[in-house]
Design a protein. Structure first.
Length: 148
């Protein structure tokens, strides 16, 4: 059964959008770091207030952290949306893992790329995931296709 996919890529199409996807992914990782830092700082302040028995909270600092966290969350969502608009699927932000839907021998599969890899060199079935990646070989190249 096909999942709801907006685009299917052939290898050359996926490679052509890879530079943009990589730029977005790097920005996403940085934004997630910033979000996590703001969240941790808010948690630390909240715990400190609770431990101090309801001391007067540093309202301005907390407000700035909330604004930073909320702004970063909106930025994260916009970047994830952009990856989806391109037609890719973000599988694991921490690993920097992106899948590109494609067809191989008539079956819906994924071209699989991980941040740091110089090109898309692997594919896997829908159920196999990252651990089931297989190298793209001549048979795959000859028998896969994209489709809009």
């Amino acid at each position: 059964m096909l999942r709801s996919v907006s685009r299917f890529f052939d290898l050359s199409e996926a490679e052509s959008v890879l530079p943009e996807v990589e730029r977005i992914l790097r920005r996403l990782i940085q934004a997630k770091r910033e979000y996590d830092e703001a969240d941790e700082e808010l948690t630390r302040l909240t715990q400190h207030i609770a431990v101090m028995g309801g001391t007067v909270p540093p309202r301005e600092e907390m407000q700035q952290l909330r604004l930073r966290k909320d702004g970063t969350a909106r930025n994260l969502k916009a970047m994830v949306d952009r990856i989806q608009e391109i037609g890719c699927e973000l599988k694991d932000l921490d690993m920097g893992l992106i899948d590109f839907p494609t067809f191989y021998r008539g079956e819906h599969v994924y071209l699989c790329w991980k941040l740091g890899e110089p090109k898309i060199a692997f594919w896997h079935s829908l159920d196999a995931g990252y651990r089931g990646r297989r190298p793209i070989d001549k048979d795959f190249e000859a028998n896969h296709r994209g489709e809009k």
